[in-house]
Design a protein around this ligand. Structure first.
Ligand SMILES: Cc1cc2nc3c(=O)[nH]c(=O)nc-3n(C[C@H](O)[C@H](O)[C@H](O)COP(=O)(O)O)c2cc1C
Length: 341
């Protein structure tokens, strides 16, 4: 079981968003956060281009690989591969509602198949046993699907899966509606019920329960810590990444920030060696800068920062100087940003 403090803050797995470049950026902002990959199907891990799907930068740790799938043997094989590639946790997706996922009978549909999830978790745990370092198998789930409104059924799902060897649950605290809603709507329309996650933690204190869904700011995130082991942020972390920095500084005393917020500019400049190394390898600047656009969200110059990066990063030869140009626009509105968290 990981150190409980390491579960307090995490950034949600998000397809097309939380790739390795994004995670490196988030790591600079929040050295104590737990980071998650995009979901990767077990078959892709086994048969696909692993270098593209699983490669990570060493600074990303602790980082979890999220797997999709519902065949225990395949999930076990993929989990072992993920652990061998250096991931610190293997997470099983039991929350994604997309049609593609439903056709493949995984993601949120699995909320209705606790025995299959338990078999999968047991096989993944066995596959990750005997490694030099422990790699826990965790589950990210919903409260239920469609019109399941029975807390006992939700808790029975958790109990069944926990008995198979999962001690950490990320609860996206709403149902998934499998008919008629797009994945985007499924992150907004079904009502949030944080109290189910809180109750689960009260009734199963030995489990680690992380709450996810709709957490918009630092006060909300902090309030969840009174009831659960951690808060997982998705869209707010991506669109306003400085929030991650605020939370890291506020929640974790000691180095590297010692309770003092760094300015956005300082944090971003720390990314320069990474960006230059990636450009050297042939990566386009736009593939990194697309994750940076929200850094100055709500700040003076934030819109110009975003515009300069979006308009310039795809041009041939775009390099770090573009980022400096964008930063200069924010710095022209000088003002001391440094303050205590
Ligand atoms: C663009 C996008 C992609 C997502 N992809 C995944 C995914 O691959 N796996 C997963 O478990 N959840 C995925 N999610 C859901 C998030 O992990 C999270 O549960 C959801 O956004 C609610 O948290 P939030 O309100 O903090 O964003 C995705 C969300 C977004 C916005």
């Amino acid at each position: 079981m990981p150190d409980p403090a390491s579960l307090r803050l995490s950034v949600a797995p998000m397809m097309d968003w939380t790739d390795s470049h994004c995670r490196v950026f988030h790591r600079l902002l929040a050295p104590h956060a737990r980071l998650y990959s995009e979901m990767v199907h077990a078959n892709a891990v086994i048969h696909g281009d692993r270098e593209r799907l699983l490669a990570m930068d060493p600074v990303e740790h602790p980082v979890a690989l999220q797997l999709g799938g519902s065949e225990p043997a395949l999930l076990a094989q993929a989990a072992r591969i993920g652990a061998e590639w250096g991931f610190d946790e293997i997470n099983l997706n039991c929350g994604c509602p997309s049609d593609r996922v439903q056709a493949g009978r995984f993601g949120a549909c699995l909320m209705r198949e606790p025995a299959l999830v338990a078999d999968s978790v047991a096989a993944m745990v066995a596959a990750c046993a005997g490694l030099e370092r422990p790699v826990p198998v965790t589950v990210k789930c919903r409260l239920g699907v469609d019109d399941d409104h029975d807390y006992d059924r939700f808790r029975a799902f958790i109990d069944t899966v926990a008995a198979a060897g999962c001690g950490i649950f990320v609860v996206h605290a709403r149902n998934a509606w499998l008919q008629g809603l797009s994945p985007k709507e499924n992150r907004e329309v079904p009502p949030l019920r944080y109290d189910w996650a809180y109750r689960l933690k009260r009734e199963r204190p030995d489990l680690r329960v992380l709450v996810n869904g709709g957490i918009a700011d630092a006060d909300e995130a902090t309030a969840h810590l009174a009831h659960t082991d951690g808060a997982m942020l998705g869209r707010a972390a991506y669109h306003t990444p400085y929030l991650l920095h605020r939370l890291d500084v506020a929640w974790f005393a000691g180095p590297p920030f010692n309770g003092v917020l760094k300015s956005r500019g300082e944090l971003l400049r720390a990314l320069r060696p990474y960006v230059e190394a990636q450009l050297e390898r042939g990566v386009y600047l736009k593939h990194i800068t697309r994750h940076l656009l929200g850094l100055f969200a709500g700040e003076r110059g934030g819109r110009a920062f975003r515009q300069v990066l979006s308009e310039g990063a795809h041009k041939p030869g775009a390099d770090w100087s573009l980022v400096e140009r964008a930063l200069a626009l924010t710095e022209s509105f000088a003002g001391p940003e440094r303050q205590r968290a």
